[in-house]
Design a protein around this ligand. Sequence first.
Ligand SMILES: [Zn+2]
Length: 318
Amino acid sequence: MNLYPWQEKAWAELKQANVKQHHASLFIGPLGSGLEKLANTFATSLICRNLTDTKKACGKCQDCQWILTEHPNLKVVNNEAEEGTSKNISIESIRNLKKFFELSSHIIGGNKVILINNTESLTLNAANALLKILEEPPENSYLILTADNISSLLPTIVSRCVIVPAPRPSREEAESFLKVEGFENLSSQLPLFNNLPLDVIAQRGNSDLFTIIINEFKKGKDFELMAIEPKWLTGHFTETICLLQKWLYEIFLFKMTTKFHFFESNKENIKKLSDAADITKLLNMLKSINKIKLISNKPINKDISFDNLMVEYRNVFK
Ligand SMILES: [Zn+2]
């Protein structure tokens, strides 16, 4: 399995540090950094018994063949596979993991590995059940967790894990990755996606929509609530909120420093809006956006929340 170029150095350090000896590791970082690939590579390196020179799974042995479909010693948990609309990892899923660890692996031997992606989506009960497993891990068993943000996890879970920060690409690495993948034309969007080329590629289908939305944001105090289309919010709510947050932040940044970060291509508009913005209202609005962002993936009334935000947005400008 190939890692992303910016992950190779961290991988070498990871394998040198022998995190393998520890039964639980927590990979932390944004999804767009390739977090899950790094964690998955680590998980498979604990299963394959014929590792490559760089200590990755060989991809050829019987174990690696099984990994492609289902390996009896590897369990991967994704919250997306959970039933129900909340997409939280339930206590039942964690109880099943406990059973999996308890079952003997004597038939094929080797390590047992559990990989839980998006650990922040565990319900509180599930998190407490996971804690029990972390407290008494069976021999030759490894738990690998991934999360975007350490602060959203129970401190008691965090304290039982070795923390592995997922590296982010430099600007040069991000640009050259886009080039190799055939998306050189999207390089100018990197600042908008926190310099994460995987996010730029994943969101490329939305770039027309984002242009439409930005064109409306440009209107400042003349923004019309009527301009808000359902597709801004359905399926794209978090992205639209993030876009608004970056737009506002850019106006704020220009007001304070006359510098640009995300929207260099809209210099003139940012400058005009920045001149017209009331700094106190601007800061309050950034706080409001943050609040909505934190609950943006919960079942809230998106139309009302966004309308309220945009009314506040209009009032920021003189
Ligand atoms: Zn192998």
